[in-house]
Ligand binder design. Structure first.
Ligand SMILES: [Zn+2]
Length: 139
């Protein structure tokens, strides 16, 4: 996954782009494709190919606002994998799985996995973020 490929995807899927709500973002986040949003977390693919994470540690409080930061390569890939359930085309942006890159934390399940092998499917692995493998530069 390269920023150029992400930017091309964002440009060719312009119908999915939307403005972020006024006042909800810093000026460094303009427009983008919402990859996912859940309580206290959201991820956006910006037209420049970067992925931005919004985090609100105080969600639910009146007047609370999110803070935004650029995602790491692993975070960006995890967000794209989640988005591929809703937008299948975006799965083509996932970085290739390299030999030996299976996540050592979850053993490739993508979910929280205990040392005895029990898998908690509702919780993403904290290392690979649901991707099942580590992207280049993470290992
Ligand atoms: Zn993992």
């Amino acid at each position: 996954m390269t920023p150029d490929r992400l930017a091309e995807f964002a440009r060719t899927h312009g119908n999915l782009l939307r403005e972020l709500p006024d006042g909800a973002v810093t000026t460094s986040v303009a427009t983008g494709l919402l990859l996912f949003g859940t309580l206290g977390h959201e991820a956006w693919l910006r037209v420049d190919g970067t992925v931005v994470l919004g985090e609100d540690g105080d969600w639910g409080s009146q007047g609370a606002s999110s803070s935004y930061r650029e995602a790491s390569a692993q975070e960006a890939a995890g967000a794209i994998k989640v988005a591929s359930r809703r937008i299948p085309d975006i799965g083509s942006l996932l970085p290739p799985r390299r030999e030996g890159s299976t996540c050592p934390t979850c053993k490739g399940t993508g979910h929280l996995t205990r040392t005895d092998g029990a898998v908690f499917e509702g919780i993403w692995c904290e290392s690979c973020l649901g991707l099942c493998y580590l992207v280049e530069g993470t290992t």
